[in-house]
Ligand binder design. Structure first.
Ligand SMILES: *[C@@H]1O[C@H](CO)[C@@H](O)[C@H](O)[C@H]1NC(C)=O
Ligand SMILES: *[C@@H]1O[C@H](CO)[C@@H](O)[C@H](O)[C@H]1NC(C)=O
Ligand SMILES: *[C@@H]1O[C@H](CO)[C@@H](O)[C@H](O)[C@H]1NC(C)=O
Ligand SMILES: *[C@@H]1O[C@H](CO)[C@@H](O)[C@H](O)[C@H]1NC(C)=O
Ligand SMILES: *[C@@H]1O[C@H](CO)[C@@H](O)[C@H](O)[C@H]1NC(C)=O
Ligand SMILES: *[C@@H]1O[C@H](CO)[C@@H](O)[C@H](O)[C@H]1NC(C)=O
Ligand SMILES: *[C@@H]1O[C@H](CO)[C@@H](O)[C@H](O)[C@H]1NC(C)=O
Length: 576
């Protein structure tokens, strides 16, 4: 009798399990995801194998002519000034591929690449490079791969790893430091790896160029114990932040000697983008309140002055008046930042509009005129950029809405249909004619392929939290890094003290946990909640009165749960 009951209970449970399985993850869906992951994997290997065959150890592959280009000195160098006469490359695409090989689980190839670089790579070369590009691609790639390789972190190389990549990164870091020797502490945009800053070097740099160095420099300081890297990047960042307007807006370009703005119009695209990204990610990676104290007003100002519905235009930092009504393809990273702070509804809305532009042309045009709804007359290219895939990945992580998998599938399909050639993947010169260009950028391997793969298989993320640098290189979020103090000679110790307090109490070690809305999941599954933006949960009573914490909402700006004060009002009260 009893046994029969048990059996029927088991069967009922089984039925429900099966039913919810069918409901939540139908088998077709599950199979599709594996197929799509394999398609993303093949995309990476087609790009990688062709690079290794036709271009390695030069910088990047020319997929149409199946040869190479030593393009490091050309990155960010629109007019191709001061190009080196004798320069044979730094295996840039290999450095950029290592963390992707780790994500794809190819240890053998990863180990081979590390060995080659340790033996053969040297930065003692007479080549003038862009500080920002060199930092995010080479330094970021080396640091990330070092962390993934070493036993104390990722452990991809068991035994026999002798910190070769860290030595390379340290050497490269030393070569970049002289760029920071300016009256403002804001670094030159260009430096020669062998000879330092050129005489008569340009004094102009961009906000992203000098304001997105802190992740790599901070990580390098923690790994080497040498505080100079982080100190230099932080000093530059503080100076830059002090140059914001009364509206908390930044300009796009500035003079590193005078600390005066050159271009006052700015937005969230080219020349500014990763400045915002790095403030937030530095807060997550290093746990310093100071970064959040910069990010939060900067983010609010962006939403206030640049946003028009789901779109973002540019505005003058002094007046907040709109200047250019243009979508630029780099802006497509913004929803990913919004997901990290829990503003998922806004991210979703913007992502949808950007994807509609992708669908209109087949790939993303570099510029699109919002006021006319047409493509820009000259900037019609698509150099295999990752930003839309990146945002798609973040939004899928946050929502698990299968719609984003469909988007990922469409991105894969159009990339394969329009840009795949026998010798790799080629950039698009003009999205209206789909004429190709003989260039496979290294970021296609470090970002575009990686984010698409992670969209369909996030096993890599299962036991560690990472922040990705702006080139897609993962850096693990480590508690120990958040207890490390920079030795910089800061007179103002108030934020350091507050930081020490909150660090002592910090119980999180996760990018997602720390800034994502604590109740994100239930917000999505619980329609009865009054949700304005995903991060913002309204208090139960319109007049904010409460009798317990349960009837208070979540603060939109900080993503913190509001508490009920002793006098009966919801707010961000400190714990009594
Ligand atoms: C670059 O390679 C060429 C051909 O192998 C070689 O002759 C030259 O010395 C190399 N230049 C440098 C700077 O390594
Ligand atoms: C790793 O990459 C190499 C080079 O593309 C390839 O030959 C090998 O099959 C890959 N291994 C795995 C396990 O995917
Ligand atoms: C370093 O480069 C040389 C010359 O190309 C090559 O013979 C050697 O195998 C490389 N080292 C490693 C560890 O791959
Ligand atoms: C995203 O936008 C679509 C269309 O407006 C909507 O149906 C969906 O619920 C939104 N998802 C989220 C997570 O906001
Ligand atoms: C921090 O600043 C206060 C006043 O500005 C000073 O009294 C105190 O000694 C400082 N603490 C440290 C650790 O430097
Ligand atoms: C940290 O926790 C202690 C007790 O555990 C508390 O007294 C203190 O106020 C907390 N500090 C912050 C900044 O939350
Ligand atoms: C939905 O929200 C209400 C109000 O906070 C709560 O009481 C309820 O338990 C939630 N339901 C689910 C399924 O989370």
């Amino acid at each position: 009798m009893e046994r029969k009951q048990q059996l029927s209970r088991v069967l009922t449970n089984l039925f429900f399990a099966l039913f919810s399985y069918l409901l939540i993850a139908s088998p077709t869906c599950a199979r599709d995801r594996i197929e799509l992951r394999e398609e993303a994997r093949q995309m990476f290997y087609h790009a990688y194998d062709n690079y290794m065959q036709y271009a390695f150890p030069h910088d990047e592959l020319k997929p149409l002519s199946r040869t190479y280009t030593d393009s490091l000195a050309e990155l960010g160098n629109l007019n191709h000034e001061h190009l080196p006469e004798f320069y044979n490359g730094t295996a840039l695409t290999l450095v950029e591929s290592l963390s992707s090989l780790a994500v794809l689980g190819n240890e053998t190839e990863f180990v081979k690449g590390v060995a080659w670089l340790g033996d053969n790579l040297s930065f003692d070369i007479d080549v003038r490079v862009n500080l920002f590009e060199c930092n995010i691609r080479l330094l970021g790639g080396l640091i990330s791969a070092h962390l993934l390789a070493s036993e104390s972190f990722g452990g991809l190389i068991q035994g026999g790893y002798k910190n070769q990549l860290l030595q390379l990164a340290d050497d490269l870091g030393q070569r970049l430091l002289p760029a920071f020797d300016t009256p403002t502490g804001i670094p030159y945009a260009w430096i020669n790896l062998k000879n330092g800053v050129m005489i008569d070097e340009t004094l102009e740099t961009s906000t992203s160029g000098c304001g997105s160095l802190i992740l790599e420099m901070g990580a390098l300081s923690r790994l080497t114990g040498n505080p100079h890297y982080e100190d230099a990047a932080l000093k530059a960042l503080r100076k830059l932040w002090s140059m914001r307007s009364s509206l908390d807006l930044m300009g796009t370009t500035l003079n590193v000697a005078t600390g005066k703005w050159i271009e006052h119009s700015s937005g969230i695209g080219a020349g500014v983008d990763s400045f915002y990204e790095y403030l937030l990610k530095a807060h997550i990676l290093f746990g310093r309140e100071e970064y959040w104290d910069m990010f939060q007003p900067a983010y609010v100002a962006v939403q206030q002055y640049f946003r028009h519905g789901p779109w973002y235009h540019e505005a003058d930092m002094r007046t907040g008046k709109a200047t250019y009504w243009q979508l630029t393809s780099l802006q497509a990273f913004w929803p990913a930042v919004q997901v990290l702070i829990g503003d998922v509804a806004a991210a979703n809305a913007t992502h949808r509009e950007f994807f509609s532009v992708w669908e209109k042309y087949g790939v993303m045009p570099e510029r699109y005129l919002l006021d006319r709804g047409t493509i820009h007359p000259t900037e019609r290219y698509y150099p295999l950029r990752p930003e839309l895939a990146e945002s798609t990945f973040y939004l899928y992580q946050a929502t698990k809405d299968p719609w984003y998998l469909d988007v990922g599938e469409k991105l894969l399909t159009s990339l394969n249909k329009l840009t795949r050639v026998d010798g790799g993947y080629a950039s698009v010169r003009d999205v209206t004619t789909m004429e190709l260009e003989d260039h496979q950028h290294s970021f296609f391997l470090s970002e575009t392929c990686k984010y698409l793969y992670l969209l369909f298989d996030d096993t890599f993320l299962s036991d560690t939290n990472y922040v990705f640098n702006t080139e897609g290189h993962p850096l693990p979020v480590l508690r120990s890094w958040q207890q490390w103090f920079s030795l910089e000679s800061s007179k103002d110790n108030t934020s350091t003290k507050r930081e020490a307090d909150s660090r002592r109490n910090a119980s999180w070690s996760s990018a997602m946990e720390s800034q994502m809305c604590p109740n994100l999941r239930s917000v999505f599954t619980n329609r009865s909640w009054k949700v304005e933006s995903v991060c913002h949960v309204l208090d139960e009573q319109d007049d904010h009165t409460c009798d317990s914490r349960a009837s208070c909402g979540v603060d939109a700006a900080t993503c913190r749960k509001r508490t009920c004060s002793s006098s009966g009002y919801c707010g961000l009260w400190e714990k009594a």
